[in-house]
Write a protein that binds this ligand. Structure first.
Ligand SMILES: [Cu+2]
Length: 188
């Protein structure tokens, strides 16, 4: 994860001056069907969330670490309305997930799925299996992989779930025929 270092650094980061660079091993990472880039950030504004006016930074809120917004890829709705994340049943999805911050740790989770693999802290020499939620520090990243077994709308969230109401939600749309037995109706 990179960012600028112009004072005030957290103010610049809160405005989105960060991104991710992938350094692959010489042979590359294993092939997957889909790859997505997601970064979480926190924002501090003088007006309440949703105010339809120019939103200046609130330096006191920033200092107090009380974000107005939590966003994926820089805007509310970036990964739920503006851009669609799509995959098909049977495909393997890899998500590069980073936290620009400046301040807040993310508890990255996908509702309805489990990460088959997590490269914790984006260290390519360490793979964890079958992880439900993974912690990502500000200035850090992770890589997760999951095979999609069933169609549906899977929500990407920070599992500090109050943050979904402040923007931190994305949608991975999976189409196709479900694998029998993955989800079955309960016997009532
Ligand atoms: Cu900057």
């Amino acid at each position: 994860m990179y960012h600028c270092a112009t004072p005030l650094v957290p103010q610049h980061i809160a405005a989105g001056m960060y991104g991710m660079i992938l350094v692959e091993p010489e042979q590359g990472l294993p092939k997957v069907d889909r790859e997505f880039y997601v970064m979480q950030g926190d924002m501090y504004t003088q007006r309440p969330i949703g105010a339809k006016v120019h939103q200046d930074v609130d330096l006191q809120r920033m200092s107090d670490e009380l974000p107005t917004y939590y966003v994926f890829n820089g805007a509310v709705g970036a990964l739920s309305k503006t851009h669609k994340m799509q995959a098909k049943v049977g495909e393997t999805v890899r998500i590069y997930f980073g936290v620009g911050g400046p301040n807040k740790i993310a508890s990255f989770h996908i509702i309805g799925e489990v990460f088959d693999k997590v490269y914790s802290e984006a260290a390519l020499n360490t793979i964890k299996h079958s992880v439900q939620t993974t912690v990502v520090a500000p200035g850090g990243a992770t890589i997760v992989e999951l095979k999609m077994d069933h169609p549906g709308s899977y929500l990407l969230v920070d599992h500090a779930l109050s943050r979904t109401g402040k923007g931190a939600v994305g949608v991975l749309e999976v189409t196709g025929e479900g694998v029998p037995g993955v989800y079955k109706p309960s016997a009532l």
